[in-house]
Ligand binder design. Structure first.
Ligand code: FES
Ligand code: FES
Length: 162
């Protein structure tokens, strides 16, 4: 029997009826229709499905939709503001942080989670933060460089505002 779930997705409140066994990735992709988060392994091992729940990275294939009752969920679709890309997206583009792009939505959200907690990470800290996100293409060096670059850009932008 379906239950009513209230949560916020990318800033927008949702009230949806979901089956108890529906996972968060199924809700986001199949019922709400946001296809940014990807399904790779579907068993908590690859990170392609990474989204933020209350600012922290989680594997949305390993969370039941009903577990996000009252919480704020962010997908990769939340990063850009209209035409303006997030500094993480700009840095991935400029620094070659992706090749096929399948891991990229999850990688970006893992990076966002890190930068939420630690706006000035070392490359070692970045490597540690993305250990749960697998990439078959890049060898990770450019991903780490992109996240590091994004942090520098965000620091610079923050400095301009103050
Ligand atoms: S699809 Fe969720 S961790 Fe692989
Ligand atoms: S860019 Fe292809 S899996 Fe990471």
């Amino acid at each position: 029997m379906k239950k009513i779930l209230n949560f916020v997705l990318n800033g927008q409140p949702y009230e949806v009826a979901v089956k108890p066994k529906t996972t968060l990735i199924e809700l986001i992709r199949e019922e709400i229709g946001l296809t940014g988060p990807k399904i790779g392994c579907n068993e908590g091992a690859c990170g392609a499905c990474t989204v933020l729940v209350d600012g922290k990275a989680v594997y949305s294939c390993s969370v039941l939709a009903l577990q996000v009752e009252g919480k704020h969920v962010e997908t990769v679709e939340s990063l850009a503001e209209g035409e303006k890309l997030h500094p993480l997206q700009e840095a991935f583009l400029d620094d070659g942080g992706y090749q096929c792009g399948f891991c990229t939505p999850g990688m970006l959200m893992a990076a966002k989670s890190l930068l939420n907690e630690n706006p000035d990470p070392t490359k070692h800290e970045i490597r540690h933060a993305i250990t749960g996100n697998l990439c078959r293409c890049t060898g990770y060096v450019r991903i780490v460089d992109s996240i590091y670059d994004a942090a520098q850009r965000m620091k610079h932008e923050g400095g301009k505002e103050s």
